[in-house]
Structure formats: structure tokens, C-alpha cells
Design a binder for this molecule. Structure first.
Ligand code: CA2
Length: 145
């Protein structure tokens, strides 16, 4: 059976997961979350390509790469760029791949500046507020696409 690939893209400051603000983001590091995704992906026959960057343009480049590389779906936690980036909105629309928006916290239950999501204007789905489990639920939904 050919393995499908799900790309998991993480934006700014998510490299700090597990080191600060555990009351909001939990104690798991991004490597912990990636390991859980890889384990669940193995059960689903899905290869996980998990990346993190602090740079908006890099996220745009990786979305383009997902399209070129025949990726099945993208899980995207764009961090604060979720709420600011028309470039990410345009990229998600351009690649014509299913992108699922993911958040550890529930941005709509937080400050009002987190209520607007440019990513959400083009994403096919959103999983938020479940801590690291948001990524696992999103992966199961991606597998069903
Ligand atoms: O809840 C999420 O996953 C967010 O995407 C996280 C972003 C925030 O700007 C979004 O509104 C919601 C922030 C990520 C910052 O990550 C940190 C991790 C540890 C310590 C400090 C920041």
C-alpha cells in the first residue's frame, strides 16, 4: 500500500512548547506531539512530515512544497500568523489541498485579537482547544478525507 503523507506545519514560537505558559499550552514539547502523530500515523498508514518555523514566508514555501510533493493534507498551526497573515490565506487557496487549522488553545475563548482567523477562511476544518490532542483529532480527520 502506498503511504500517504500528511504535512504538519507549525508557526512562530511553537518551538518553545513545553517550556513556558504550560497553563495555556500544556507540558508537551513539539517533539512529543510529533512522536504521537508519527505513532498514530503508523496505525493509519500515513507518513508524518512535521516542521516548525518562526518565519511567515517559510510557511508559504512549505505550503507550496506540499502541493508539489503530492501531500494528502496539511495540518497547520500557524500560531499568531493565523490572525494576521493574508499571505497564508492566499497560499492555502492557491495550493488546492485540504488544510486543517489546528490550535492547542481555543483562540475564540481568549483575547479578541485572536478571534479573527485568516487561515480559517480557507481551511477545510478546524480543531482547537484540546491541547496536543487537537493535532491527533486533526490527523484522524485528515485520514478520512
Ligand atoms: O493555541 C494555539 O495553538 C495558538 O495557535 C498558539 C499561538 C497563538 O498566537 C494562537 O492565538 C493560538 C501562540 C504560540 C506560542 O507558543 C508558545 C509556546 C510556549 C510558550 C510561549 C509561546
Amino acid at each position: 500500500m502506498t503511504q500517504r503523507t500528511v504535512m504538519v506545519l507549525n508557526g512562530p514560537n511553537l518551538n518553545l512548547l513545553g517550556t513556558r505558559e504550560p497553563e495555556i499550552y500544556g507540558h508537551d514539547t513539539l517533539d512529543d506531539i510529533a512522536a504521537r502523530l508519527v505513532a498514530r500515523g503508523a496505525e493509519l498508514g500515513i507518513e508524518i512530515d512535521c516542521r516548525q518555523t518562526n518565519h511567515e514566508g517559510m510557511l508559504v514555501d512549505w505550503l507550496h512544497e506540499a502541493r508539489e510533493g503530492g501531500v494528502h493534507a496539511v495540518l497547520l498551526n500557524a500560531g499568531a500568523y493565523t490572525h494576521t497573515s493574508i499571505a497564508l490565506l492566499d497560499a492555502i487557496k492557491a495550493i488546492q489541498l485540504p488544510v486543517i487549522e489546528v490550535h492547542l488553545s481555543d483562540p475564540e475563548a481568549r483575547e479578541s485579537f485572536r478571534h479573527l482567523s485568516y487561515v480559517g477562511m480557507a481551511a477545510v476544518d478546524c480543531v482547537k482547544g484540546l491541547g496536543p490532542d487537537s493535532y491527533l483529532v486533526a490527523l484522524d480527520r485528515a485520514a478520512a478525507l
